[in-house]
Design a protein around this ligand. Structure first.
Ligand code: ASP
Ligand code: MG
Length: 454
């Protein structure tokens, strides 16, 4: 079995949907299980509808939902309209789902506020609809598409909006729902992004979570491969919007891919990989708009013999928190007390450097910063540098490649660095620079390391 997952842009328009169905049909022999995102833009519309309803603007919410309905009806008609009984059964299902969401939104607008639980129920609609549409279209094409409700497969805790999947329960459920269908030569089609909690409520896995669903399902059924079909040729040496000379990486390790995903190489959701890693399932990133390109294969071993820098990644909107105090000298437990403040404020720390008298840390989330800084000030003198970007060189054995750091400094000439870290794993060498100069720095580093420039 293989898992084939399509992102929103791969199912966002009727001709793309046709292409996606073709891609699945061509892989019929490998017993595909399909996971789809919502049609591009739909999740955002559903978030907007929930917010409009909560603000008492039910008409606006209703209009958004109507637009979503029409879009699915139009694609449905184009794809399955020739089989009128299929089409009618599809629109009946569509109608039931839309009706349910409409009454929730009405409730939300009457109460004048929304709960995380109600929000999840509404935003999961995108994947509920896209998966039903896809399964009908698949049936018209191959007679073997069958819809499987992800609520019956992905079992989670009840942290609405960012639920954690329960792997043992999910595996057991997948064996009862997906595997028997596949054994009957059916092609199961599921919506990504959502699941159901043990208490029976619809939950979502966090924005961009459909890749995560695909990896969970792949691990649960012991798939031989998980294919993530998106709108780029694969993971690249850099963001091609900044660096047109960026190249596709043919083979990378799970670790390299996770570093890149974390640093905002927007190809994969950072959480996606752990189920695949644990199940040692290869993940292939492919382009629906260019199916002939080989894409990137992510495996445990990656590229044989590869060493040194493999790719560059950048993350914007970073804040550096610098803490300085002489009390740190020869005092034990001081770092623990500092980081305890971060923990108490629920602020995740990414990069850290320390010296005898100072500690610098980068944080992503600047919302909680004021309160955090107030408490840190009790322990150290604190300064905050906003609007930074982290640039990470991702690769292997970077600690053993003396040329890398030298090349990095050469290419940063004239661009001040606020912080720098090299993990002992040698996987990631990161520098923090002014966000306004980050593109410039990225281009220069890419030129030096990947384009043979100086
Ligand atoms: N539709 C969801 C989102 O936009 C999940 C996904 O596409 O992965 O966040
Ligand atoms: Mg996505």
């Amino acid at each position: 079995m293989i898992v084939i997952k399509f992102g929103g842009t791969s199912v966002g328009e009727t001709h793309r949907l046709r292409q996606a169905i073709e891609i699945v049909a061509e892989r019929r022999e490998r017993r595909p299980v399909v996971v789809v995102s919502a049609l591009a833009g739909v999740t955002n519309q559903l978030v907007a509808a929930t917010e409009a309803a909560a603000a008492g603007r039910f008409d606006e919410a209703l209009e958004l939902v109507t637009r979503i309905r029409e879009r699915h009806e139009e694609s449905g008609f184009a794809l399955i309209g020739q089989k009128i009984d299929f089409y009618e059964s599809f629109t009946a299902q569509l109608g039931r789902q839309i009706e349910q969401i409409t009454s929730i939104l009405r409730g939300v607008s009457l109460v004048g506020e929304t709960s995380p639980r109600a929000k999840d129920l509404v935003v999961a609609l995108g994947e509920k609809l896209s998966s039903v549409l896809f399964s009908y279209a698949m049936r018209t094409k191959t007679l073997t598409g069958v819809h499987v409700d992800s609520g019956d497969v992905i079992v989670t805790d009840d942290r609405f909006g960012e639920a954690t999947p329960l792997m043992a329960e999910t595996t057991a459920a997948a064996r009862l729902t997906i595997v028997p269908e596949s054994e009957r030569s059916h092609i199961p089609v599921l919506g990504g992004f959502f699941g159901r909690s043990l208490s029976g409520a619809t939950t979502t896995l966090g924005r961009g979570g459909s890749d995560y669903s695909a990896a969970l399902i792949g691990a649960a059924i012991g798939a031989e491969e998980i294919q993530i079909w998106t709108d780029v040729d694969g993971m690249m040496t850099c963001d091609p919007r900044v660096i047109p000379a960026a190249k596709v990486l043919d083979l990378v390790t799970y670790d390299e891919a996770a570093e890149l995903a974390y640093f905002g190489a927007k190809v994969l959701h950072p959480k996606t990989l752990w189920p695949a890693v644990e199940g040692q399932i290869p993940v292939r990133v492919l382009n629906t708009h260019n199916p002939a390109s080989p894409g990137t294969l992510i495996t445990r071993d990656g590229k044989p013999g590869a060493h040194g820098p493999r790719a560059l990644a950048m993350r914007n909107g970073i804040t550096v928190v610098q803490m300085t105090t002489t009390r740190m000298l020869e005092e034990s437990g001081y770092l623990a007390r500092l980081f305890d403040v971060f923990a108490r404020h629920g602020v995740a720390v990414d990069l850290v450097t320390t010296s005898e008298v100072s500690v610098s840390a980068t944080v992503d989330d600047s919302k909680k910063l004021d309160a955090l800084v107030r408490d840190l000030t009790l322990l150290a003198s604190v300064s905050v540098i906003r609007d930074r970007a982290v640039i990470a060189i991702v690769g292997r054995d970077l600690t053993r490649e003396p040329e890398v750091a030298a090349a990095l400094f050469r290419s940063l000439a004239g661009i001040p660095v606020s912080m720098m870290t090299l993990g002992s794993s040698g996987l990631n060498l990161s520098v923090v620079v002014d966000a306004a100069r980050a593109d410039e720095a990225l281009r220069s580093i890419h030129r030096t390391l990947f384009e043979g420039g100086a």
